[in-house]
Design a protein around this ligand. Structure first.
Ligand SMILES: CC(=O)SCCNC(=O)CCNC(=O)[C@H](O)C(C)(C)COP(=O)(O)OP(=O)(O)OC[C@H]1O[C@@H](n2cnc3c(N)ncnc32)[C@H](O)[C@@H]1OP(=O)(O)O
Ligand SMILES: CC(=O)C(=O)O
Length: 534
């Protein structure tokens, strides 16, 4: 498949994606992301603006020896020459030429008002800036694309001039003129009309660069392709300036899986979820769970009616097989669950609850009722699979008991001196029996839950040394029913790890300590059960 031929998938995560608020990439991050995106099989990866952003200059320098891309070509992004200069003498054009990238994407004005107000030059001089810069870089052996900034708004205001910019770039040797919805205000029918006009009147090869300000970046990109664009730009996870750019995975998945256009090499779309999440790890932005195709919720089912149909055939409530984008189907257990949800969740956790015997049917019925009642009291099992599994085991064969708590208490001191406040301020005492021995253990911590966790784990470790590996890695508190003030119910979710995997448990109580204690005890019980039952 020729990724640099009849249709281009062009990634701009490292350039426009990096323009997102809060996103800050080091050169090493950019190199890692480029390698990941290459795994998706895109044709081009825009690496940044060498000569303007020092990190980007460094990225292109290091890319020459450190990046060995299998599919993508690197593109360097930058602007046309400044007004009143020569392209060959413009230092920013020189930085693009010398970046080592075989492809250069030039940003140019195509909106007359921007030329006059932002560039403070004439419409003729702007055309000359486009012509000279494209011709210079082509003469230097570079493949040149032109990003026509504000194209759609410019076309609306002065169609003839916008079209003239496209013609000028194409005649000077630009392979593609990408029409940019820079302010992101377009809707699909408008984009389709303009793209069709440009293709029909200029004969230039057209691309699309869409921003998501109307929530239509992907739809606008698809409309552009339907109207004749053969080059689509976008960013992983929809990153980008303001509300972001077209999400590249959603765009290509729609093109490939819905519209039947082979835009990526065979099989690579199945890497999309892994790659999107790995890129999110590097950017340090948690992946959005509701991201189309790649989000963890994209193929996750909560409603009981959905689950009962999915039990018969997953296609009944899914627009596609999640495997196609490397995602998975998941079932959630909550107060919206029915018996089918419980059965499917049980299957996901390795329990067969569908043998149809009266005993199993009765078990499923009891579990469904308990989940609904407990959720009514504030529990949530959606994110606490371990607590649900303990509930299932409890209903099926009785709760596993590895330790028997006699009592616990915790005290917190308020220290008057600021420096002393940095030290441990809470002290917990836990009394329990485990493996036939009574333990009385005191633990300290920087807060009551921390102290309780230390005391509880220390006591249990004496009977079960494997608990020494357990560690609390996440702790979330939510106050429910805030209308009750200090009487409100508190829900705590705790994530525990044994170093190899992790599990989440939930606790609910009238105060945070009570709720935390329940989640801690469940976390340890679940971990011990897993250790003892394999
Ligand atoms: C739509 C987009 O997202 S395009 C990508 C935008 N990305 C960025 O801006 C990130 C990197 N930018 C930068 O590092 C800096 O803005 C630089 C190095 C490019 C320019 O910095 P400075 O020289 O200090 O100028 P400043 O940012 O204040 O203004 C931009 C200048 O570029 C000029 N300019 C803007 N677009 C173009 C263009 N397409 N062609 C030529 N010149 C342009 C403006 O007229 C202005 O010129 P002036 O300095 O004579 O007023
Ligand atoms: C070039 C670009 O990023 C834009 O016009 O949005």
């Amino acid at each position: 498949m020729d990724l640099h031929g009849a249709f281009h998938v062009y990634d701009t995560t490292l350039r426009d994606g990096a323009q997102q608020e809060g996103l800050n990439l080091s050169v090493a991050d950019k190199l890692s992301i480029a390698r990941l995106i290459d795994g998706l099989g895109v044709g081009y990866i825009e690496g940044g603006w060498p000569g303007a952003v020092p990190k980007d200059t460094e990225f292109f320098r290091r890319a020459q020896t450190e990046l060995d891309l299998r599919h993508a070509r690197l593109a360097a992004f930058g602007s046309t020459r400044r007004a009143g200069t020569k392209a060959a003498d413009d230092p920013q054009v020189a930085a693009l030429r010398d970046s080592g990238a075989g492809t250069v994407t030039l940003v140019a004005k195509s909106h007359d008002r921007h030329v006059e107000l932002a560039l403070r030059t004439t419409l003729e001089e702007n055309l000359a800036m486009v012509r000279d810069t494209v011709a210079h870089l082509v003469a230097e052996g570079r493949q040149v694309f032109l990003d026509a900034e504000h194209f759609f708004d410019g076309h609306r205001r002065n169609r003839a001039y916008a079209l003239e910019v496209v013609r000028t770039a194409a005649e000077a040797g630009a392979d593609v003129v990408a029409l940019c919805d820079t302010n992101g205000g377009m809707l699909p029918p408008w984009v389709g009309e303009v793209v069709a006009d440009v293709v029909a009147t200029t004969g230039a090869r057209v691309g699309i660069h869409a921003h998501n300000d109307t929530g239509c970046a992907v739809a606008n990109s698809l409309a552009a392709v339907e109207a004749g664009a053969t080059h689509v730009q976008g960013c992983l996870n929809g990153y980008g300036e303001r509300t972001g750019n077209a999400d590249l995975v959603t765009t290509v998945a729609n093109l490939q899986l819905k519209l039947g256009r082979e835009v990526l090499p065979d099989g690579l779309l199945r890497e999309a979820t892994r790659i999107a999440h790995a890129v999110a790890d590097v950017t340090n932005f948690p992946p959005a769970s509701r991201q189309p195709y790649t989000g963890t919720s994209a193929f996750t089912h909560k409603a009981g009616l959905h689950a009962s149909a999915i039990k018969v055939d997953p296609d009944l409530y899914q627009h596609m097989d999640p495997v196609g984008v490397g995602n998975d189907m998941r079932l959630l257990v909550s107060d919206m669950a029915g018996r089918a949800s419980i059965e499917l969740k049980g299957r996901e956790l390795g329990y067969d609850l569908s043998d149809g015997t009266p005993a199993t049917k009765d078990l499923v019925g009891r579990l469904t009722d308990r989940v609904k009642q407990m959720e009514q009291r504030g529990y949530t099992f959606e994110a606490a699979d371990a607590s649900f599994e303990l509930l299932l085991v409890e209903e099926a064969e009785g709760r596993p008991v590895y330790f028997d708590v006699e009592s616990w208490r915790v005290i917190t001191e308020t220290l008057a001196r600021r420096e002393a406040a940095e030290e441990a301020v809470s002290e917990a005492t836990v009394k329990l029996r485990a493996a036939g021995v009574r333990y009385v253990v005191t633990g300290e911590g920087n807060g009551p839950v921390n102290a309780l966790d230390h005391a509880l784990r220390e006591a249990i470790t004496q009977a079960f040394p494997e608990v020494a590996k357990f560690e609390l890695i996440d702790y979330k508190v939510r106050i429910l029913d805030q209308g009750h003030g200090t009487d409100a119910v508190t829900r705590v979710l705790i994530e525990t790890t044994d170093g190899a995997s992790s599990w989440v448990t939930v606790g609910v109580g009238h105060n945070v300590i009570e709720a935390s204690w329940e989640a801690l005890v469940d976390g340890l019980t679940y971990g011990l059960r897993r250790h003892h039952t394999g």
